[in-house]
Ligand binder design. Structure first.
Ligand SMILES: *[C@@H]1O[C@H](CO)[C@@H](O)[C@H](O)[C@H]1NC(C)=O
Ligand SMILES: *[C@@H]1O[C@H](CO)[C@@H](O)[C@H](O)[C@H]1NC(C)=O
Ligand SMILES: *[C@@H]1O[C@H](CO)[C@@H](O)[C@H](O)[C@H]1NC(C)=O
Ligand SMILES: *[C@@H]1O[C@H](CO)[C@@H](O)[C@H](O)[C@H]1NC(C)=O
Length: 450
C-alpha cells in the first residue's frame, strides 16, 4: 500500500502567542501530547518533526512542493502570511489523526499541503489504474504561428466544435506569448488528447474540423501515462516513475491564474482583442515595470461537453456542468525575481485588467470560478476562524463567503457543504483563507431552511 505523504504545517492561532520562528514558540503541550500518543517512542516520532532553525529538512520540505514561487515569499506585504511553527510529515492515517488531535488540544492551527494544482490528478498516486497501460492515445500538437487572422478564425470555430466532439477527444487550445525576449509573439496551439488510434482521429477531424488540416504525421501514439508525462512537460524518455518524486520537471515560476466559464461563443472581435492583449504590443500596459523580459502569458481553452453534460450540478461540489462550452484559464507567469518582486503587482494587475475585459462574455450571476484554480481576488474568510455559534446574519462568515467566492466555486452546493461542515467541524478547526465555513441557522430558521 502506498502511504499518504502528507505535509502538515502548523501555525499558531492563539493571538496571545507571538509566532516567531524559534522552537521556543512550539508549545510544550503539543510535543508532550505527540510524545504521549506515540507511547514515548522517539524512534517513530522524531523523524516526523521538522522545526525551523533546527532541522535542515524544514526548509527543503517547505519549499519543495511549491509550484508557484509567489508563495515562497513570506514578506511582510504578502497577506500577513507566516511560516509554520513546524512541519509534520505523518506516514500513516493514524499519525495524521494523532497530529490533528494534538494540534486541537494545544490550540494550533493546521495547514495541509496538498499535491498542488493538478489537471491530471497525478497527486492521487495510490490509484493502481495510473500505472497500468490503458488504450493507446494520441497527442497532437498543431502550431499556428503568426497566422493572426487564420488563428482567430480557427479559435472562433473551435468554440462551436470542441464541446460537441466525441467524448474520447479532448481538443484544447492554448494561446501563449513566450516572454523571455523583448519581442514576444503570440502563438495558438491546438493540443489534443484522443483515446484511440491516429487513423480514427484523422478521419474524425476531417469531418468536424477540416480547417485544422490534421495529418497522421501530426499525431503521436502513446500510452495514457506517457501523455500525462508529455502534457506535464517532462522531457522525452523520462519514465512515469518520475511522477512519484513529486517534483515538477522544470523550476517553478511565479504566477497568478484566474478562470472563467463560457456558455456562449465569444465574438470574433473579442477573440481578436484577447490575441492582441497577449502579444508584445500589449506590454505597454504592463510597462510600469523594471524588467527587460516580458512575462509569460498563457490562455488555455478547455472544452466541456461530453461526460460533463451528463453529471448533475449537485452530484459533486463542482457545479459547472451542462451548458458550459468551455473553460478559460488565464495565467501570467514570470521567472526573474527582481528586487522585492517589484513587477509582480503590475503583472497581476495586467491579468486582472484582462479578466475585467472578459466580464461581458463569460458566465454571470455569479461569474463562475473553479476551486482548483483558487483565486483570492474573489474574497477570503476573515479573522481567525472563531465563529460565534448560533449566529446567522447576512454578515455571517457563511453569507460573506457565499456572496464572494462560495457561490462562484460551488453554486448551490455551497450551502450543503457548509451544512456538512457544521456537522463534522462545528468549531471550524480546519480553517483557511477559503475554507468552507460551518452554517449555523437561527433555531427558528432551521426547519424552514433545511
Ligand atoms: C519503537 O519503534 C520501533 C520502530 O517501530 C520499534 O522497533 C521499537 O521496538 C519501539 N520501541 C518501543 C519501546 O516500543
Ligand atoms: C529535528 O530536530 C529534533 C530536535 O533536535 C529531532 O528530535 C528530530 O528528530 C529532527 N527531525 C528530523 C526529521 O531529523
Ligand atoms: C515601455 O518601455 C519601453 C522601453 O523602456 C519604452 O520605450 C516605452 O516608451 C514604454 N512605454 C510606456 C507606455 O511607458
Ligand atoms: C506608473 O507608476 C507610477 C508610479 O508608481 C504611477 O504614478 C503611474 O500612474 C503608473 N502608470 C501606469 C500607466 O500604470
Amino acid at each position: 500500500m502506498l502511504l499518504p505523504i502528507l505535509i502538515i504545517s502548523l501555525s499558531l492561532f492563539q493571538p496571545s502567542v507571538s509566532a516567531d520562528y524559534h522552537s521556543s514558540s512550539i508549545p510544550e503541550n503539543f510535543i508532550r501530547c505527540l510524545s504521549h500518543e506515540f507511547r514515548s517512542n522517539a524512534s517513530i516520532l522524531n523523524p516526523l518533526l521538522h522545526f525551523p532553525g533546527i532541522n535542515s529538512s524544514y526548509e527543503s520540505i517547505w519549499s519543495s512542493g511549491i509550484e508557484n514561487l509567489r508563495f515562497l515569499e513570506i514578506s511582510s506585504s504578502n497577506r500577513k502570511k507566516k511560516k509554520p511553527l513546524a512541519i509534520i510529515t505523518p506516514e500513516s492515517y493514524s499519525q495524521v489523526q494523532t497530529t490533528v488531535k494534538c494540534c486541537r488540544n494545544s490550540g494550533l492551527r493546521i495547514i495541509i499541503r496538498s499535491g498542488g494544482h493538478d489537471f491530471e490528478g497525478s497527486s492521487h498516486a495510490s490509484s493502481s489504474s495510473m500505472f497500468s497501460p490503458p488504450s493507446v492515445m494520441v497527442d497532437l500538437r498543431k502550431h499556428l504561428r503568426s497566422l493572426e487572422h487564420g488563428a482567430i478564425d480557427l479559435i472562433h470555430k473551435w468554440q462551436e466544435v470542441a464541446h460537441k466532439a466525441h467524448e474520447d477527444l479532448l481538443l484544447s487550445v492554448v494561446l501563449s506569448s513566450a516572454g523571455g525576449s523583448t519581442v514576444a509573439q503570440t502563438t495558438a496551439t491546438f493540443r489534443s488528447l484522443f483515446l484511440g488510434r491516429s487513423d480514427d482521429l484523422v478521419k474524425m477531424m476531417e469531418e468536424i474540423f477540416p480547417e485544422i488540416g490534421l495529418r497522421k504525421q501530426d499525431c503521436e501514439e502513446m500510452s495514457w501515462i506517457e501523455s500525462v508525462m508529455r502534457f506535464s512537460l517532462y522531457p522525452k524518455g523520462v519514465t512515469s516513475d518520475a511522477l512519484k518524486n513529486r517534483v515538477a520537471p522544470f523550476p517553478p515560476p511565479y504566477f497568478k491564474g484566474k478562470v472563467d466559464l463560457v456558455y456562449k461563443p465569444i465574438p470574433y472581435e473579442t477573440l481578436d482583442e484577447l490575441w492582441k492583449r497577449c502579444s508584445s504590443k500589449d506590454y505597454d500596459r504592463i510597462n510600469n515595470t523594471t524588467t527587460t523580459t516580458p512575462p509569460i502569458i498563457q490562455i488555455d481553452f478547455y472544452p466541456y461537453g461530453g461526460k460533463m453534460n451528463e453529471i448533475s450540478k449537485s452530484e459533486t461540489p463542482f457545479p459547472h456542468r451542462k451548458g458550459v462550452l468551455y473553460e478559460i484559464l488565464y495565467i501570467v507567469a514570470w521567472l526573474d525575481q527582481d528586487e522585492n518582486n517589484a513587477n509582480a503587482e503590475s503583472y497581476m494587475n495586467w491579468l486582472r485588467g484582462l479578466y475585467d475585459f472578459m466580464t461581458p462574455f463569460v458566465s454571470k450571476g455569479p461569474r463562475g470560478a473553479i476551486v482548483n484554480a483558487r483565486d483570492f481576488d474573489l474574497g477570503t474568510n476573515d479573522g481567525d476562524g472563531h465563529i460565534a455559534c448560533g449566529s446567522w446574519t447576512t454578515t455571517s462568515p457563511y453569507s460573506k463567503a457565499y456572496r464572494t467566492w462560495g457561490s462562484r466555486y460551488f453554486g448551490d452546493n455551497f450551502r450543503r457543504l457548509a451544512t456538512v461542515k457544521r456537522e463534522v467541524d462545528p468549531e471550524n478547526f480546519f480553517f483557511s483563507e477559503q475554507s468552507i465555513p460551518p452554517l449555523f441557522l437561527h433555531p427558528q430558521m432551521r426547519e424552514m431552511e433545511l
